[in-house]
Design a protein around this ligand. Structure first.
Ligand code: GRF
Length: 217
């Protein structure tokens, strides 16, 4: 069975990328695909990590794992459409089956979203549709909510507005300490995002009609 190939886009620290590398990433063995017993589940390989930030820590994590990297900084392109066209071409050259946004801080253009329709997912640190956009953790705390959480969703043209794939609640600690809550959110992300990727890679996720996402057993 051929590998399920994922490309990850990240702008920052890359702790979610690291979770994917640690939990899922299996580089091709020197003997190639035919070696070993045939498994029912596809091997998952991170085939590329791209960033809009040349200094993103995520790029170093990718290099460390032997994964190819690329940078698409905004100032090197005429506009967002040109940047996303180049980014999309690079992703296609890596033959990625799925694109994972793991702390990617750029809004993708409609052209990019349509080009890879149903093949882009994002992790967001709140229980959508509550608290979309920047700083979902801060928004959850500022609102006075007693429960926050993590959402993994498909990406559409809006901001954190695509169909939900997985969600998990995370209680706000009684003292509402941001550092404690943030580390609980990140620990949950590091479980939920690999889980979502594994579900898609195993062919158990069907999208649509409308916003529906069906999980088969
Ligand atoms: C995560 O909290 C993710 O939900 C949000 O950006 C953050 C990225 O963190 N979209 P990291 O770079 O993966 O450590």
């Amino acid at each position: 069975m051929n590998a399920f190939r994922i490309a990850v886009l990240a702008s920052g620290t890359g702790s979610n990328l690291q979770a994917i590398l640690d939990v899922l990433h299996e580089p091709e063995s020197p003997e190639g695909e035919s070696a070993g017993a045939e498994s029912a589940l596809a091997r998952i390989e991170v085939v590329g990590v791209a960033s809009d930030k040349p200094g993103a820590l995520a790029l170093g994590r990718a290099t460390e794992a032997g994964v190819e990297t690329a940078v698409f900084a905004g100032d090197r392109f005429e506009d967002r459409a040109a940047r996303d066209l180049a980014l999309g071409d690079w992703i296609e050259s890596r033959q990625a089956d799925l694109i994972v946004l793991a702390g990617y801080m750029q809004l993708l253009t409609p052209g990019f979203v349509q080009r890879f329709a149903g093949r882009v997912i994002n992790v967001h640190p709140a229980l959508l549709p509550a608290f979309p956009g920047l700083d979902g953790i801060g928004q959850t705390l500022a609102y006075g909510a007693t429960v926050g959480g993590v959402t993994v969703h498909f990406v559409d043209e809006g901001v954190d507005s695509g169909p939900v794939l997985l969600q998990r609640a995370v209680p706000v600690p009684p003292d509402r300490d941001r550092a404690t809550f943030e580390s609980a959110i990140h620990a949950t992300e590091h479980e939920l995002l690999p889980e979502a990727i594994r579900l898609i890679a195993s062919g158990r996720v069907t999208l649509g009609p409308g916003r529906s996402v069906r999980l088969s057993p």
